[in-house]
Design a protein around this ligand. Structure first.
Ligand SMILES: Cc1ncc(COP(=O)(O)O)c(C=O)c1O
Length: 339
């Protein structure tokens, strides 16, 4: 495969080098969006009639893209619960996959996947293993160090951090995979443009500091919401009550600022979204401003009703992205909205 003929040595190559180093990978290709990076991963690894195993709790855009590959290229998509390691082991013993893909933490269910174990199982199967690192980011978690072949992420979120641009990246552990990725990035014109690369680069120096702040506020808000009578259940990996809290600590240095809240009923969920002052109703997360949404209505609207129920996400489920505003303002806002 010939090396790519086009590049932008001053700024695009520089950002790709930073991302590759930050993820401890051999190389990186930056794309226009996070979902563009996932499409680039699929283009690189999948072919007609391929089999892919995907954690069923995944971003709505990934789910939608998988439907495209299913319909157009006859790719067989297997959805499974990756926290059930015996189910995964059985599947990997009976089917041969080209790609195993998961997020950790998952969006919107906030499950934690044992990435070391998944990497081992995928390797035994002869499959490539890719992790969507959008929620954790490389400042907190390094999937390639845990055994993955690819780390793919949306830089639209915590990395850019200010909601000023959209971008994605696909980092390969091996040079060989990296060359294949670069070939498709070039052939399909997926590379990010210099101005957006510049905008993304502005977020990088403050990423660890911002993440720490998001985490500290999210822990306090989780603590408040967990005890609230109008909340049925709160799912946050940074909470000691999360079933995989210890696993999360062993894979991530900083917990993200995203919380999934199962409200008492749909009415309470909708009222919360409509009434908060500091939380804007938006599909994305990971920005300086706080955000709120009902995944069933916005970020995961492409899911079938059955598949959404299968991952435990209902019209009464709310996703909060805790921003960098003062914690007292956020707590007061939630308290007023829940009155
Ligand atoms: C886990 C995850 N991966 C990928 C994406 C896609 O990112 P982008 O919006 O940059 O296309 C999203 C978007 O919400 C996401 O939540």
């Amino acid at each position: 495969m010939p090396a790519p003929q086009y590049s932008n040595p001053i700024i695009l190559d520089a950002l790709e080098t930073v991302f590759a180093k930050a993820e401890n990978g051999a190389s990186c290709s930056c794309t226009h969006t996070g979902i563009g990076a996932i499409a680039l991963l699929f283009e690189t690894v999948l072919r007609a009639n391929s089999k892919i195993l995907v954690e069923k709790d995944c971003y709505g855009g990934t789910y939608r893209l998988l439907q495209v590959y299913k319909d157009k290229y006859n790719v067989e998509v297997f959805f499974a619960d990756f926290t059930d390691l015996s189910e995964i082991q059985n599947l990997l013993e009976t089917e041969k996959f080209d790609l195993v893909l998961c997020e950790s933490p998952t969006n919107p269910g906030m499950k934690i996947i044992d990435l070391r174990e998944l990497a081992r199982l995928a390797k035994n199967n002869g499959s490539k293993f890719a992790v969507d690192n959008s929620l954790a980011t490389f400042a907190s978690q390094k999937p390639l160090d845990l055994g993955a072949d690819f780390s793919v992420f949306s830089a639209t979120k915590y990395i850019s951090g200010h909601g000023s641009t959209v971008a994605g990246a696909l980092v390969s552990k091996s040079e060989e995979d990296g060359e294949k990725v670069a070939y498709f990035a070039n052939a399909e014109g997926r590379s990010q443009n210099p101005f957006d690369v510049f905008l993304i680069s502005l977020g990088i120096p403050t990423l660890p500091l911002r993440l720490k702040h998001h985490e500290q506020s999210a822990i306090q808000i989780a603590d408040y919401l967990e005890k609230h009578p109008k909340v049925n259940k709160l799912v946050y990996p940074g909470s000691k009550n999360h079933p995989q809290h210890e696993l999360a600590k062993s894979q991530m240095k900083i917990f993200p600022g995203v919380l999934t809240v199962h409200m008492q009923n749909v009415e309470t969920a909708e009222k919360l979204v409509a009434t908060t002052h500091w939380f804007g109703e938006k599909a994305s997360f990971g920005t300086a401003d706080s955000r709120i949404e009902i995944p069933a209505k916005i970020s995961h609207a492409s899911f079938s009703k059955e598949d959404l129920q299968a991952i435990g996400i209902f019209p009464s489920t709310v996703r909060l992205s805790i921003g960098l505003e003062h914690i007292d303002d956020l707590l007061e806002d939630l308290e007023n909205a829940l009155k």
